[in-house]
Design a protein around this ligand. Structure first.
Ligand code: PLP
Length: 394
């Protein structure tokens, strides 16, 4: 009677949500301060003051009917124009309002793009470790998600592995830098090599291969690295930007897609994005939040707190003998589990009220993800529990 695959999807929570729900239950039992929940990527840093100010300004001074009314399906033209100007200024690009499509965050951007470009039996490459929801977002296209193993030590792209998995059926490649769950940031060299490889493959196969840059963590880099802007490197690029982490607005659902102006058949590509958003019933992104972010384009939440958390957690855990990947960005620490079975390791961690996520569903068994987007105090209080966990494996 119901669509079986969707009933299943509705019943089986993602592993992250499962642990998060367990954490909520446990907090009720033993008190919030006694549970060290590192499971979910919900920012703990408040949105900057400019967001509150923009909301107040809009509520007090803007036409209320317009503020809460539908906008154009692709987003308000003025807002899209402001975003285009901002991107052009910052990244020396030449995009216009008609390259931007406003969305309800990166999740909907990805779903819209996958549905616009992937057909049955197409292949879409993702690099391990990757955000497990990619599989869910593309499932109904009938396309196949193909994992490409990253370099074991650096988690940068392993081009020998890419050569093994790329085929004539490859229609798209997704990158996510800074990465969830590893915090790894792709170097410019990696991006240049990837662009060159994809161009060669497009010529060899005689069709476009789309590069999808999923970048909700773009503003979360800690050591002054400059992140390459993908449309300056590869023509057939879609960028998925989101304000969920940058402005700490994950529940407000606001972001956008950029369709590169240099994309082959750019106008049809943009039409496919609009058509896909329409077919999926998105109607338009939040009218009020389109206008809020327009007023906060060059602001971010205070990311220095995440840097402080990263330094504290990385240094403490490596001192305890845990093997961690140094995260240049995002707000996750990727750590090797003690013992090969990361799920068993996370169960052990629960004995000390530490809630960590096994990375099996990210395509990397043997690792765990620790979300450090929490209050610094939580990390300080959790360190003795991590020490006990380390001792349990000595
Ligand atoms: N992509 C990655 C890699 C993420 O980590 C997330 C959220 O955590 C998303 C996409 C979805 O983000 P949004 O809240 O913008 O939909």
């Amino acid at each position: 009677m119901f669509t079986e695959s969707l009933v299943k999807l509705g019943k089986v929570r993602s592993e992250i949500r499962e642990i998060f729900e367990y954490g909520n239950k446990r907090k009720k039992e033993i008190g919030e301060e006694n549970v060290f929940d590192f499971s979910i990527g919900n920012p703990s840093v408040p949105a900057p003051e400019s967001v509150d100010k923009a909301i107040m300004d809009l509520v007090n001074n803007y036409d209320s009917v317009k503020l809460h009314g539908y906008t154009s399906a692709q987003g308000d033209a003025e807002v899209r124009g402001s975003i285009a100007d901002y991107i052009n200024n910052r990244f020396k690009t030449e995009i216009t309002a008609d390259n931007i499509y406003m969305t309800c965050g990166a999740a909907s951007s990805l779903t819209i793009i996958f549905n616009a470009i992937l057909q049955k039996d197409d292949e879409c490459i993702v690099f391990t470790p990757y955000f497990p929801e990619y599989g869910v977002f593309m499932e109904r296209t009938g396309a196949k998600l193909v994992e490409c193993k990253s370099d074991e030590n650096t988690l940068q792209i392993d081009f020998d592995e890419l050569e093994k998995v790329i085929t004539e059926k490859t229609k798209a490649v997704v990158i996510n830098s800074p990465n969830n769950p590893s915090g790894v940031v792709y170097t410019e060299e990696t991006i240049e090599k990837l662009s060159k490889k994809l161009k060669e493959k497009e010529e060899e196969y005689g069709h476009s291969i789309f590069l999808i840059s999923d970048e909700p963590y773009r503003e979360l880099v800690y050591d002054g690295q400059e992140l390459p802007y993908l449309i300056n490197y590869y023509d057939n690029t879609f960028v998925c930007y989101s304000y969920s982490k940058a402005l700490s607005l994950p529940g407000e659902r606001i972001g956008y897609i950029v369709v590169s102006p240099k994309m082959k058949d750019e106008k049809d590509a943009y039409a496919a994005i609009c058509g896909s958003g329409r077919a999926l019933g998105y109607v338009c992104a939040s009218s009020m939040y389109q206008r809020v972010i327009e007023k906060c384009l060059d602001d971010t939440a205070d990311t220095s707190i995440y840097k402080k958390n990263r330094d504290l957690l990385y240094n403490a855990l490596t001192d305890m003998g845990f093997d961690c990947i140094y995260p240049d960005g995002a707000f996750y620490l990727f750590m090797k589990s003690k013992g090969e079975d990361a799920r068993a390791f996370c169960e052990k961690a629960k004995e000390f009220e530490l809630l960590l996520v096994p990375a099996d569903s990210f395509g990397t068994p043997g690792f765990v993800r620790i979300g450090y987007c929490v209050k610094t105090e939580q990390i300080e209080n959790a360190l003795p529990a991590f020490e006990k966990l380390a001792q349990a494996y000595k």
